[in-house]
Design a protein around this ligand. Structure first.
Ligand code: NAD
Ligand code: ZN
Ligand code: ZN
Length: 345
């Protein structure tokens, strides 16, 4: 089969590789029908994630059809259409019992990281019963791919951890696929005002179409001054960081109102400065973490309701074997006006 393989920092290729087989009775082999590229794949390619070794097939998002099941798999059979979670979970360890699937003692975020991922014709999914979801009949498969990682990330780590409530004024920093997922899922909780902050005018315009009420363009205006102006000096109830750099975490600390929440979603490669000396006196809560995908079943139901359509995050489509071109487009998202890129087998 063909697969997109990491070949050391800055290097990748679309190569012939052995088709995966069942290794444990809880495994499921899936024929990938749609996958995508994540910002995290770009981090891996830069060499920022040393746990990923040469020869690893990348990708942790996708949908497909069950090709083969191990002897202990109960929920799936050959031919079933499935959504792949970016988190592999055994379902029985102490962390899984607390729905901390990202910290499963025999799984977590391993797909396209410590084991071969979804940017291939076939993928082996450990603990298939807990790491796959049946696809409801007639569901939009492109929208479903957004449920592998970015939509649960936005909902769990941005919106729910940030405790967004009806009527709140919230600010989202970073209008990439993850920030956009925060924007879409925040609307389940009816915030009164949603301020989107980014430097890319095209992404800000898209955010407005998706429900942002106020836009702040970093580079042409000072984000902190502008947010304080918009909120009459009070600041926001919830500041959600979806970039992953010290400067944007700093903005969150300056724009959050007394009693408010900072929800950090971004993955930080460098230490941030935490101003406890200023935050404590304003009763600020801070949350952060790795997506656990425990909201995926709920998100699957909302897709059917039509209340939210994550499929609109898809801007580009390529055949799977043109994945190298897709990487070029995704890596130059601002120039290409790209958000999510679908690879179709
Ligand atoms: P992305 O790079 O596509 O988007 C980031 C956005 O931030 C871009 O639109 C960019 O223009 C904007 N930006 C950059 N610098 C800025 C600045 N100084 N001020 C304002 N905006 C700025 O990334 P993404 O795929 O949307 O992911 C966002 C973050 O979420 C990443 O750090 C990613 O690793 C992380 N992430 C976390 C989890 C989790 O489990 N917590 C899961 C998935 C992704
Ligand atoms: Zn991802
Ligand atoms: Zn577990």
């Amino acid at each position: 089969m063909k697969a997109l393989v990491y070949q050391g920092p800055g290097k990748k290729d679309w190569v012939e590789k052995a088709k995966p087989g069942i290794e444990k009775p809880t495994d499921v082999i899936v024929r990938v029908t749609k996958t995508t590229i994540c910002g995290t794949d770009l981090h891996i390619l830069k060499g920022d994630v040393p746990a990923v070794t040469e020869g690893r097939t990348l990708g942790h998002e996708g949908v497909g059809v069950v090709e083969e099941v191990g002897g202990a798999v109960r929920n799936f059979k050959k031919g079933d259409a499935v959504l792949i979670s970016c988190v592999t979970s055994c379902g029985t360890c102490p962390n899984c019992k607390r729905q901390l699937y990202a910290h499963c003692s025999d799984g977590g975020w391993i797909l396209g990281h410590k084991i071969d991922g979804t940017q291939a014709e076939y993928v082996r999914i450990p603990y298939g019963d807990n790491s796959l979801y049946p696809i409801p009949e007639g569901a939009d498969e492109e929208a479903l791919v957004m449920l592998s990682d970015i939509m649960p990330t936005g909902l769990e780590i941005g919106v729910q951890a940030g405790r967004v409530k009806p009527g709140d004024t919230i600010a989202i920093i970073g209008a990439g696929p993850v920030g956009m997922s925060v924007l879409l899922t925040s609307q389940f909780y009816s915030p009164g005002r949603i301020i989107m902050i980014d430097m890319d005018p095209a992404r800000l315009e898209l955010a407005k179409q998706f429900g942002a009420t106020d836009l702040v363009q970093v580079g042409t205006e000072d984000a902190v001054t502008r947010v304080l102006e918009i909120t009459g000096g009070a600041g926001v109830d919830v500041a959600i960081e979806a970039v992953g750099i010290p400067a944007t975490f700093d903005i969150c600390q300056k724009i959050v109102s007394a009693g408010g929440n900072i929800a950090n979603v971004g993955v930080h490669g460098k230490p941030v400065q935490l101003h406890i000396e200023e935050l404590w006196i304003r009763n600020i809560n801070i949350s952060m973490g790795l997506v656990c995908t425990n909201t995926t079943p709920m998100l699957l139901k909302t897709l059917g309701s039509g209340k939210v359509n994550p499929g609109k995050l898809v801007t580009h489509r390529f055949p799977l074997d043109e994945i190298l071109n897709a990487y070029d487009v995704f890596a130059n998202a601002a120039r290409e006006k790209a958000m999510k890129v679908i690879l179709q087998a």
